[in-house]
Design a protein around this ligand. Structure first.
Ligand code: 13P
Ligand code: SF4
Length: 303
């Protein structure tokens, strides 16, 4: 306890010296969420990375998130305290595969979920997150849309648009684990609870949930809702934010198995080491960063 208080103090001192801001995703471990200046979903963190004017960004999340920050702010030092924290879904599509698909559908627009590599973003027309995917697709002139890499988010978007959506066959190894049986079991256990799920869940889970939101969307909804109990269908790290932002609500995980091991790789000790050494720093080569920035900024311009 005393050790982690000392670590927190040391991080705060280094943060001043480095003119740093700490951004953390909603799935991070509680200690890391508590030291962060901003905790949010992918869209909120990308917006923060684009607008804050600190010299250093410490990104407590997975690699594609830090890469997005580095693409948006090449003049800043973007540090990823756990450099091995990756998103397996982002690795499910390569630039070569996307190029082939594009040549088969030359009239289609390409939408890249932010959970992709910088190369995929660079080869896309626009990015999206779970918070704005429908708006992004609806903003396009094209009537055909290649959507990479998440098949579940693609199918979710397809429910709200007339456009033809061509989904890539990727998926999140965490959200894919939820089954209809989880929804039925938890609904029986907590009959007055609302079930909130992430759009990365399978279609049958989405069909039987009450609401579908990005991670921060779930928290906003719970804070404003008259309901007092919620079953949460996303990574369990988010429960810490529920207890901070709406402590009077009771939240239960849809499944305690929903843990993203990559999101758990960041610790206070690694945040401290990153600020101390100013490493590992994420840099994206300009020839990739320029077209990737275009796709991300096009998304950020959509309100
Ligand atoms: P959000 O953008 O909703 O926070 O989701 C990020 C993510 O990685 C979901 O698994
Ligand atoms: Fe990737 Fe899923 Fe982990 Fe999110 S929860 S970072 S999509 S593996």
């Amino acid at each position: 306890m005393a050790e982690s208080a000392a670590l927190r103090e040391a991080i705060l001192t280094l943060k001043e010296e480095r003119d740093a801001v700490i951004l953390a995703h909603n799935y991070q471990v509680p200690d890391v969420q508590d030291i962060a200046d901003i905790v949010g979903d992918s869209l909120e963190l990308a917006q923060a990375a684009a607008s804050l004017d600190h010299a250093t960004i410490v990104f407590c999340g997975v690699d594609f998130m830090a890469e997005t920050a580095a693409i948006l702010s090449p003049e800043k030092s973007v540090l990823l305290p756990a450099p091995d924290a990756c998103c397996p879904m982002a690795a499910m599509v390569t630039a070569g595969q996307l190029g082939l698909l594009r040549s088969r559908y030359p009239d289609a627009a390409v939408v890249a979920y932010v959970n992709t590599s910088a190369e995929i973003k660079a080869a896309s027309d626009i990015c999206c997150t779970s918070a704005n995917a429908v708006k992004v697709v609806e903003s396009l002139e094209e009537s055909q849309v290649i959507f990479v890499p998440d098949r579940n988010l693609a199918r979710y978007v397809a429910r709200f648009t007339e456009k033809e959506i061509l989904p890539w066959d990727g998926y999140c190894i965490v959200h894919e684990q939820y089954s209809l049986a989880d929804v039925v079991r938890e609904r029986r256990r907590h009959p007055s609870a609302e079930i909130l799920v992430h759009p990365e869940c399978r279609p049958e889970v989405i069909d039987h949930a009450d609401f579908v939101f990005s991670t921060s969307g779930m928290i906003r909804h719970a804070c404003q809702s008259r309901a007092e109990e919620f079953i949460i269908g996303t990574e369990t790290g988010i429960l810490h934010q529920f207890s901070r932002k709406c402590p009077d609500k009771r939240c239960f995980p849809l499944s305690p198995r929903a843990i993203c091991v990559n999101m758990k790789k960041t610790s206070l000790a690694k945040v401290h080491a990153a600020l101390d050494r100013m490493a590992p720093r994420i840099m994206v080569p300009e020839e990739v960063a320029v077209p990737a920035r275009r796709a991300i900024e096009r998304m950020l311009a959509i309100r």
